[in-house]
Ligand binder design. Structure first.
Ligand code: KG4
Ligand code: ZN
Length: 327
């Protein structure tokens, strides 16, 4: 089966072609327009998707040496995401499906982050997935394909949002997560102990207190001090975020008794989190799955693989499919 995946839920326009031999192309057009605003501006995001979607899809087909006539299924993000952004990808996919008489399947973006783990080496069911992105932080018990139980979620900011907001306080460009990750490599994670919230309380997360704590900690520091200790502060923030994520993941494993764990979403690209997950998996004798770094942040290959798994279960949509911002 040849699948064309299309993703446009936030600020990346992406198209991918997946065949029985794996991912043949995965084109991602990231929108730099938001950098000067320090966050995603929804109206600008949908306009930028409009501008790039046609060429992004054309490029994905070209790189995979595939024509639209060779495509057997169109998989497209249905939600969650920004309504204007979702509409662009979904309407494009529906137009293509209608004109080329192709079946279409709507994909849940959060499911797709989980199933990004199946692109290279499929985990065995059941497993627990820590899905950490700019909009969500979830611990999910994945019992069977699309049989999910959300064990815990964030009560306020998502982990990626915490990186981005604290990075903004530090004067770093949006999205600050990858920048802080890089800076952390030359910093001391024990330089300052930032709070790790809700450690004794179940499997929910909270990161807004960390953001406030960083704000208070930095407010009376001079510009020279901030410059001198930027790497140490970034490393200490990364330590606080990744430590709480791993402690809760470990608790979820103990509560469910699973033997496999996965991490997914943009923040799963974080090197400290990846190292801590590896260490935890070794200590607890668990099989750990982490997507290849290109499949961690938003991409259409994860939409294509999830669409494929839905199609294998006979789950298709029709042209009445609509975007669902809070899916
Ligand atoms: O999954 P994603 O691409 O988009 C959403 O669905 O939100 O995740 C984007 C988030 C941003 O908050 C970004 O700062 C964060 O993932 N992120 C990282 C890293 N790479 C991306 N955070 C920490 N370390 C990274 N290496
Ligand atoms: Zn995402």
């Amino acid at each position: 089966m040849n699948i064309l995946g299309i993703e446009s839920s936030c600020d990346d326009t992406s198209a991918a072609v997946l065949t029985d031999d794996g991912v043949q192309s995965n084109v991602i057009a990231s929108q730099s327009i938001h950098i000067k605003f320090g966050g995603v501006v929804p109206e600008l995001a949908s306009r930028a998707h409009q501008k790039t979607i046609t060429q992004t899809v054309a490029q994905a087909l070209k790189e995979s040496n595939t024509s639209i006539d060779d495509i057997d299924l169109i998989a497209v993000t249905q939600g969650p995401g920004l309504m204007g952004s979702l509409l662009v990808g979904l309407c494009f996919a529906k137009g293509l499906a209608l004109s080329k008489k192709k079946p279409i399947v709507g994909v849940n973006h959060m499911d797709a982050h989980i199933y990004a783990n199946f692109i290279d080496e499929a985990p065995e069911f059941p497993f627990v997935c820590l899905t950490v992105s700019g909009g969500h932080t979830q611990l999910v018990h994945v019992k069977a394909p699309f049989d999910h139980e959300v064990l815990g979620t964030t009560r306020d900011d998502a982990a990626g949002e915490a990186f981005d907001k604290i990075g903004k306080i530090l004067g770093l460009p949006y999205p600050a997560g990858p920048v802080m990750d890089k800076l952390s490599k030359d910093g001391n994670p024990k330089f300052h102990k930032f709070p790790q919230a809700l450690l004794k309380e179940g499997l929910d997360f909270s990161f807004s207190g960390l953001k406030t704590s960083a704000l208070y900690y930095l407010q009376d520091k001079s510009e020279e001090w901030k410059k001198e200790h930027l790497n140490d502060v970034c490393a200490s923030i990364s330590e606080a975020i990744s430590e709480v994520l791993i402690k809760k993941l470990k608790r979820a494993v103990q509560e469910t008794g699973v033997k496999s764990v996965a991490i997914a979403g943009g923040v799963s690209a974080n090197s400290m989190l990846r190292e801590k997950a590896q260490k935890m998996a070794e200590d607890q004798q668990l099989k750990l799955h982490i997507p290849h770094i290109t499949y961690c942040t938003d991409n259409a290959a994860m939409i294509a693989i999830t669409g494929k798994m839905q199609a294998e279960l006979g789950r298709f949509d029709d042209l009445s499919i609509r975007p669902y911002a809070s899916l």
